[in-house]
Design a protein around this ligand. Structure first.
Ligand code: FAD
Length: 400
C-alpha cells in the first residue's frame, strides 16, 4: 500500500462534527483525512437548513457548563475565518409555569449565573408582542442565546482545515472499518486506507458502521422539518426584534416547537423537535410529512398569528436519537484508537467544542472536559455512568 493512503487520523463523515474535528486536528498540526460519502455541504445529513439555535440555557447543568467552551471556539473560528458565524440575538423559552423542563432551566441558569429574565404573559406581551401566550405560561429571555449560520460554519471549518493541510475527500463512502492492533483499516468505494486513529462522525448514518465494530446502539432516526412562514409585518421579525424561541411543554403536543427570526429568507423558520416520524435512513425517505406541517402550522396560528398566513417553504433534515437523548462522545470500549461523536438531535451548537473533544480523545485517549454519561458503553453496561434522560416530548415512543 502506498504511503499516501496512510494518515495519522481518518475522520469518517464530513458533516457538522467531522469538519469541526478536521479543523481542530489540522490546526493542532496533525495529519488528517476526511472521507465523506456525498458532496460536502449536501442536504441528506443533519447539518443544513440555514441556522441552528445556540444557547446557554439547558435543563442539565453539564451542557450549560460546557457551553462557554463552545462559544469560545466558535469565536475562534470567526477570528480565524474573518467571518461572522454567531448571531446572539437573544432567546426566549416559553411554557406552562409548572413545566419541569422550564423550571429546571430557570434553576440551573440561576445556579450558573446565566443571565435570564423571567416574564409573566402581560410583561412578555410588552417586550415581545409577536407571541400570544396563555395566562398560565412563563417566558424566559437569555440575551446570550441566538443562532449559528450553519452553512457558513461548515464552510469556514472546511476552509480552515484545508488551509492547515487536511485532506478533504467527498463522494467517497466508507464501506468497511477494520480495527487493527494499531489503528484501523478503512475500505471505501474507491480504495483502502489506514490510520493510527479513527474518528467516527457519521451522524444519522452511523448505525451500520457501528454494527461492524460490534456496537448495536439503539439510535432512532427522526425526520425533522423546517417550515418558513411569511410574516405580515417584516419589521417585527428581524433578528434585532425577534429572538430565537423554544417551547417547553412536556405534557402537550405543542411542546418542542422552536424557531428563528427572518435571516436570509423572507420568512421565520419554525420546527418541532420531535416529529415522531421515524425513517430508514438508507432509503433516503426525506419527503416532508403533511402531518408534521399541520402540527407546526397549528401552533404558529395559536402562538404567533402574525406569521401564520402563508407557508413559504419546507426543508427536511434527519437526525439521530439515543433513548436518553444525550450525546455520545466516546472512545470505542474495545478499540481505543477509534473515537466517536453522535449528537442526539441537539448538538450543533456544541460542534466547535466537539471537534476539540474528538481531537483530544483521538490523540490522547482522554479529554479535559467533563463527559460523564456520554460514553457509548452506557448502552451495553449496567455499571456505565448515565445522566437522567432529557425530557422533551411525551409523544415519543419509549420516551421517559
Ligand atoms: C432540522 C434540524 C434542526 C436542528 N436544530 C438544532 C439546533 O437548533 N441547535 C442545535 O444545537 N442542534 C440542532 N440540531 C441537531 C444538529 O444539527 C445535529 O446534532 C448535528 O448537525 C449533527 O452533526 P453530525 O456531524 O453528527 O451529522 P451530519 O451533519 O449528518 O454529518 C454526518 C456525515 O457523515 C457522512 N457519512 C455517514 N456515513 C458515511 C460513510 N459510510 N462514509 C462517508 N461518509 C459518511 C454523512 O453523509 C454526513 O455528511 C438540529 C438538527 C436538525 C436535523
Amino acid at each position: 500500500m502506498g504511503t499516501n493512503t496512510h494518515s495519522t487520523v481518518i475522520i469518517v463523515g464530513g458533516g457538522g462534527m467531522g469538519l469541526s474535528t478536521a479543523w481542530r486536528l489540522a490546526k493542532g498540526g496533525h495529519d488528517v483525512r476526511v472521507l465523506e460519502q456525498f458532496k460536502f455541504f449536501h442536504t441528506r445529513g443533519s447539518s443544513h437548513t440555514e441556522h441552528r439555535i445556540i444557547r446557554r440555557t439547558y435543563n442539565d447543568d453539564l451542557y450549560s457548563r460546557l457551553m462557554p467552551h463552545a462559544y469560545r471556539l466558535w469565536h475562534e473560528l470567526e477570528a480565524d475565518s474573518g467571518q461572522k458565524l454567531v448571531y446572539l440575538v437573544g432567546g426566549v423559552e416559553l411554557g406552562p409555569d409548572d413545566d419541569p423542563t422550564l423550571n429546571d432551566i430557570i434553576r440551573i441558569s440561576g445556579e450558573l449565573n446565566v443571565p435570564l429574565e423571567v416574564m409573566t404573559p402581560p410583561e412578555a406581551k410588552k417586550r415581545f408582542p409577536q407571541f400570544n401566550l396563555p395566562p398560565n405560561f412563563l417566558l424566559t429571555f437569555c440575551p446570550e442565546n441566538g443562532f449559528l449560520a450553519i452553512d457558513d460554519c461548515l464552510r469556514a471549518q472546511a476552509e480552515q482545515a484545508r488551509q492547515h493541510g487536511a485532506i478533504l475527500q467527498d463522494e467517497e463512502p466508507v464501506l468497511e472499518i477494520t480495527p487493527l492492533a494499531h489503528g484501523a483499516e478503512v475500505r471505501t468505494a474507491k480504495t483502502t486506507y489506514t490510520c493510527d486513529k479513527l474518528v467516527l462522525t457519521a451522524g444519522p448514518y452511523v448505525k451500520n458502521l457501528l454494527k461492524q465494530l460490534g456496537l448495536d446502539v439503539p439510535y432512532t432516526i427522526e425526520l425533522n422539518q423546517g417550515h418558513w412562514f411569511k410574516v405580515d409585518q417584516p419589521e417585527l421579525f428581524r433578528p434585532d426584534q425577534f429572538p430565537v424561541f423554544i417551547v417547553r411543554n412536556d405534557r402537550d403536543q405543542m411542546g418542542g416547537m422552536y424557531g428563528f427570526p427572518t435571516f436570509r429568507k423572507p420568512g421565520i423558520k419554525v420546527s418541532v423537535h420531535h416529529s415522531n416520524q421515524y425513517i430508514d435512513i438508507d432509503k433516503y425517505d426525506m419527503i416532508p410529512r403533511q402531518e408534521t406541517t399541520e402540527r407546526v402550522w397549528d401552533w404558529v396560528k395559536a402562538f404567533i398569528p402574525g406569521a401564520s398566513s402563508e407557508l413559504l417553504e419546507v426543508g427536511t433534515c434527519p437526525y439521530d436519537f439515543p433513548p436518553d437523548e444525550h450525546f455520545v462522545l466516546s472512545l470505542h470500549p474495545q478499540y481505543p484508537d477509534i473515537v466517536m461523536a453522535n449528537m442526539a438531535g441537539h448538538g450543533y451548537k456544541f460542534a466547535s467544542l466537539v471537534g476539540e473533544i474528538m481531537a483530544q480523545l483521538a490523540m490522547t485517549g482522554k479529554s479535559e472536559y467533563d463527559l460523564t454519561g456520554f460514553g457509548v458503553d452506557r448502552f451495553f453496561s449496567e455499571t456505565a455512568a448515565r445522566r437522567p434522560a432529557i425530557h422533551v416530548d411525551i409523544l415519543r415512543p419509549g420516551a421517559h
